[in-house]
Design a protein around this ligand. Structure first.
Ligand SMILES: NC(=O)c1ccc[n+]([C@@H]2O[C@H](COP(=O)([O-])OP(=O)(O)OC[C@H]3O[C@@H](n4cnc5c(N)ncnc54)[C@H](OP(=O)(O)O)[C@@H]3O)[C@@H](O)[C@H]2O)c1
Length: 316
C-alpha cells in the first residue's frame, strides 16, 4: 500500500466534515461515481443538485438515496444534455435561477469508447462534445456564481488522458481521419484535464484567488460507463475486468472527486486518484501526471479554440 498525504488508507469520506449549508452540483449522477458521490455528500448534510440528462433515472436515483438515507436529504435534479449546447445553456440558466451558491461544480458525467465517429448537434465528435465542450460551457456560465461563493470546479478526468496521442489533434479535432473510440475518448479526457490547469493559470493572471480548480480521476471503477456507450467487444473486456481485482467499487471511484470538492488546503496543482498499482485502485491521494497534460502552449491554444467553438467567453 502506498502512503498518501492522508496516510496509508488515503483519503476516505471519514475525513469529510459536515457539509451542512453547502451546495454541490454534479453532472451525470444517475449512476456510477456521480451517484455514489451524491449519496455521500447528502449523508454529510449537503444540498446536492444533480445535473442529469434522464429525468426518469434521476427520479429513481433520488428515490434510492432517500430509501437509504431517509426523506430529509436534500437531493434534486436539473435536466441537462451535455451533448447539446442549447441544453447546457438552458440548464445553467435554471441553476442560476434556483441555486443560491455553488461550493463545488463537479464535472463528472461522460460517455466513453464510442465505437464509431458520431457528431453532436453542434458538430463536434461526440466524446469531445459531451465530456469537454459540454462542461467547458457549463463551467463558464456558472463561473460568476462559483466565484461569488468562493467555490470550486472539479473535473473528473481519466488515466485515458495518457492512452491516446498525448496532445490535442488541432488539425483534425473531429477525427475525420483515423477515428478510434479510445483515441477520441482519450483526447476528450486530456482536454478536460488540460483545461483545469489552464483555468488555474487564467485565474492566477486575473488575480482571482478564491476559486479553486481540481483535476482527478476514479481509477478503474465498476460503473455503467462502458455499458452505456462502448462497443460489444469493449463491454465484454470491461465485463471481465470487473470480475478481477484490477477494479474497485463505484463508491471508491467517487472518493477522488469528493476529496477535491470538499477537502481544505488541497494543492490544486496536483492530480488526484487511486495511488495503488497503475493508479487503477488503492488509497486516494496525489500522483504523477505526465507533462503533456500541463503543456501550456497546447492548453492555451485549446482554450482559445474552445471559446471560439462554443461562442462562450469566460468572464475572468
Ligand atoms: N469507471 C471508470 O473506470 C472510469 C475510468 C476513468 C474515468 N472515468 C470517468 O468517471 C466519470 C464518471 O463515469 P462513471 O464511470 O461513473 O460512468 P457512468 O456510470 O456511465 O456515469 C456516467 C454519467 O454520465 C451521464 N451522461 C452521459 N452522457 C451525458 C450527457 N450527454 N448529458 C448529461 N449526462 C450524461 C450518464 O447519464 P445516463 O444515466 O443518462 O446515461 C451517467 O449519469 C466520467 O467522467 C468518466 O470518464 C471512469
Amino acid at each position: 500500500m502506498s502512503d498518501t498525504i492522508f496516510g496509508k488508507n488515503g483519503w476516505t469520506p471519514d475525513l469529510m466534515k459536515s457539509q451542512k449549508g453547502k451546495i454541490f452540483l454534479i453532472t451525470g449522477a444517475t449512476s456510477g461515481t456521480g451517484f455514489e458521490a451524491t449519496k455521500i455528500l447528502a449523508s454529510k448534510g449537503a444540498k446536492v443538485v444533480m445535473l442529469n440528462r434522464n429525468p426518469k433515472k434521476s427520479e429513481d436515483a433520488i428515490a434510492a438515496i432517500k430509501k437509504d438515507l431517509g426523506n430529509n436529504v436534500d437531493v434534486s435534479f436539473i435536466q441537462i444534455d451535455l451533448a447539446e449546447q442549447a441544453s447546457v445553456k438552458k440548464a445553467a440558466a435554471e441553476v442560476l435561477e434556483k441555486v443560491t451558491r455553488i461550493d463545488a461544480l463537479m464535472c463528472n458525467g461522460a460517455i466513453a469508447q464510442v465505437p464509431t465517429q458520431k457528431l453532436t448537434v453542434d458538430g463536434w465528435e461526440s466524446q469531445m462534445g459531451v465530456n469537454y465542450y459540454g462542461h467547458f460551457t457549463l463551467q463558464a456560465l456558472l463561473y460568476p456564481l462559483i466565484e461569488k461563493s468562493k467555490g470550486r470546479i472539479v473535473t473528473v478526468g481519466s488515466l485515458g488522458y495518457d492512452m491516446g496521442i498525448k496532445t490535442i489533434k488541432f488539425g483534425d479535432m473531429n477525427w475525420d481521419r483515423d477515428y478510434t473510440g479510445n483515441n477520441a475518448y482519450s483526447q476528450s479526457k486530456l482536454a478536460q484535464i488540460m483545461s483545469v490547469y489552464e483555468l488555474q493559470n487564467r485565474l492566477e493572471k486575473a488575480g482571482k484567488v478564491d476559486v479553486m480548480a481540481y483535476a482527478c480521476h476514479p481509477g478503474s471503477s465498476r460503473t455503467s460507463l462502458i455499458k452505456t456507450s462502448g462497443s460489444l467487444m469493449m463491454r465484454i473486456i470491461f465485463g471481465l475486468m470487473k470480475l478481477s481485482p484490477l477494479t474497485q467499487s463505484a463508491e471508491k471511484g467517487a472518493y477522488p472527486e469528493l476529496m477535491c470538492a470538499t477537502e481544505e488546503d488541497l494543492d490544486q496543482k496536483g492530480f488526484y486518484g487511486p495511488t495503488g498499482k497503475n493508479n487503477w485502485t488503492g488509497p486516494v491521494g496525489a500522483h504523477k501526471l505526465e507533462p503533456h497534460a500541463k503543456d501550456k502552449v497546447v492548453a492555451e491554444k485549446l482554450w482559445e479554440l474552445s471559446e471560439k467553438e462554443t461562442g462562450i467567453k469566460w468572464n475572468l
